[in-house]
Design a protein around this ligand. Structure first.
Ligand SMILES: [Zn+2]
Length: 236
């Protein structure tokens, strides 16, 4: 964990340390996605969008908009079930149909999967790995799914340290309202928004494979265990 340094950095931004964190938004795309993308762009932020396959199939244009806005596209199941209640073949179907919907929408071939509600087990982990994906949960939950205020969301993001991943959602009004201040709080801490590394599951600087059309180049991380106790129920 890095702490603010009293020394100014060479760029002149006091306290800047070039750390990276990963903003993530689940359950999209939705009627709020376009406004969210506008707010993120305006704030100079990038994020990983864990989309539902059924939503992507309904609004492929919004998946393309995510990629065009510099976001990374990832897999959040097709219909948002509690995955561990499914048979392995059903788990596989939830994942592969979403990969197909995202690819068809222009979102590339995602490499990250986030189980709805953080609900996972060894069987799901094996299915996810077999599909070429890696499970990613989160380090910090903003609780935006639970009516957290914009103030509370900004405060939660302000707890992030270098390499960490924060859970937010595509649809809450408070999340959209919080975006400009999220940009400010991260800048004040010298943190930038990066991609999730396929190998480590940590937030890192955007990579070479990170161009448009490769909204997929996200990756991995064995953060699956964090799901316990983190119930992102929400979603409609
Ligand atoms: Zn969700």
């Amino acid at each position: 964990m890095r702490h603010p340094s009293p020394q100014a950095d060479p760029s002149g931004r006091a306290g800047a340390r070039d750390g990276y964190v990963a903003l993530t938004f689940d359950d999209g795309p939705s009627h709020r996605t376009a406004a969210l993308l506008d707010a993120l762009r305006e704030a100079g932020l990038r994020a990983t969008m864990f989309n539902q396959g059924n939503h992507a199939a309904e609004r492929p244009d919004l998946v393309r908009a995510q990629v065009a806005a510099g976001m990374w596209v990832a897999n959040h199941s097709y219909s948002h079930p509690y995955m561990t209640g499914l048979e392995p073949a059903e788990m596989e179907s939830e994942i592969t149909r979403t990969q197909e919907a995202l690819a068809a929408a222009g979102g590339g071939t995602p490499r990250l999967f986030r189980p709805p509600y953080g609900d996972t087990d060894e069987t799901l982990a094996a299915v996810v790995a077999k599909a070429g994906l890696t499970e990613i949960c989160w380090d910090v939950d903003t609780r935006d799914w639970d009516d957290a205020s914009a103030d509370a969301i900004v405060e939660a993001v302000g707890r992030l340290t270098d390499g960490q991943v924060v859970l937010m959602h595509d649809w809450p009004p408070s999340t959209l309202e919080a975006i400009p201040r999220i940009g400010e709080v991260l800048r004040a801490k010298g943190l930038r928004t990066g991609m999730i590394c396929p190998d480590t599951g940590r937030a890192v600087a955007p990579g070479n494979r990170d161009g448009a059309g490769n909204g997929a180049g996200n990756g991995d991380g064995d953060r699956a265990g964090d799901g316990a106790g983190n119930v992102d129920r929400a979603e409609g």
